[in-house]
Design a protein around this ligand. Sequence first.
Ligand code: GDP
Ligand code: IMO
Ligand code: MG
Length: 421
Amino acid sequence: MKKVDVVLGLQWGDEGKGKVVDVLTPRYQVIARFQGGPNAGHSLHFEGNKYVLHTIPSGIFRPESINIIGNGVVIDPVILSDEIAKLEKDGVDVVSKLRISKKAHLILPTHRIIDAASEASKGKTKIGSTLKGIGPTYMDKTGRNGLRVGDMIAPDFADRYARLKAKHLDLLRQYDYQFDITDYEKEWMDGVNNLRRFQFIDSENEVNRLLNEDKGILAEGAQGSMLDIDFGTYPFVTSSSTLCAGVCTGLGVAPSRIGKVYGIFKAYCTRVGSGPFPTELFDEDGEKMRQIGMEFGATTGRARRCGWLDMVALRYAVMMNGVTALIMMKSDVLNSFERLKVAVAYKIGDQEVTDFPYEIDEQTVPVYKEFEGWNCNINGIRNYEQFPERLKEYIEFIEQETGVPVKIISVGPDREETILR
Ligand code: GDP
Ligand code: IMO
Ligand code: MG
């Protein structure tokens, strides 16, 4: 029986999911997003070009691939239309390759305003949201007020839109927040008109039919496990289920039809936005990671916070997702570090904990294990056997700690800079 394989991030996002999906796509006929929305920014490098995708699955460049935006995703018609326009300009036949679930929810211009007003009102306690309207859209979904892709082809779409907008304007009166959506609303309506030329599907039926036809399907996660609405560092999280469980609800597949789960992590750690990050570095090492790893957001351009690899968080994410294979990214960024550290536990007061705690604050101090760096350039290596011994030790330590094999190692942003084990 064919199953859905999954690629997802094990940290706080930006692990390199776009690159990995692009590398794995030739093995699959279908690539599907199951959660999140344009808060994501997935980068792909190949043949000298760089692309950043926000809502469209990272399989879109491969010939013959079917790309599905599942029901669990939230869509901004302006951002999606911009993405489509760029791809079409580059000759990608998006209309024939992209299918959008009728049950995916729409991000309205007023959702973005509510996001911004809510963040502004929080002051120092703000989440550091990408301000794409993600939280308010998922709130309307669970609050049973939302507009969905399928509504765009309903005869009374304009009324449905006006009713939800009026609710939002009411809500916005409680904030002292100035805004003008006139221009964005016009672009939004243009976006809606543009999207009407695409195939709107019932993704649950389509995905199960494709599985029964023996088609290989890869589900592409957005954000990361530590940003999950239930198990992430709440409230500094996103508003969707970023874990493997989200594939079932975000595409309409049964748990028994989940196959391999590829968990992606960077050889170190980054986080963008607010929230706890126990291994964060505020010194030269952190700045070095940021500069060499070019750790600036693909969606917002914000500098990413950098720190050492955190095994407490990684083991937690591996457990929650049932990861069957690990993928280590950006190993090359550590090429010139003399010594490396990995957090193996946290010290809270005089207690050492190895389970990810309910809450993390300044009293949570990482307990580090130190490693010698490999101190050489690994970007050109294409074979595991040729890796320096110290890098192999680092990888084997991670395998021991997680009980899961590291199957792919990435040594540079390009498609070709990938070692399959
Ligand atoms: P995603 O959101 O998980 O798809 O990740 P992003 O695209 O936001 O961020 C990952 C960044 O790292 C992108 O700029 C990639 O091009 C880059 N990248 C991916 N893999 C590697 C790697 O192995 N080495 C280096 N140096 N960069 C990488
Ligand atoms: P990809 O798919 C990294 C972070 C934001 C903020 C929090 C909530 O590229 O890995 P939201 O906009 O969802 O309300 O923001 O989550 N965040 C991400 N961080 N990568 C992402 O996506 C992210 N999507 C959201 O910075 O801290
Ligand atoms: Mg990203």
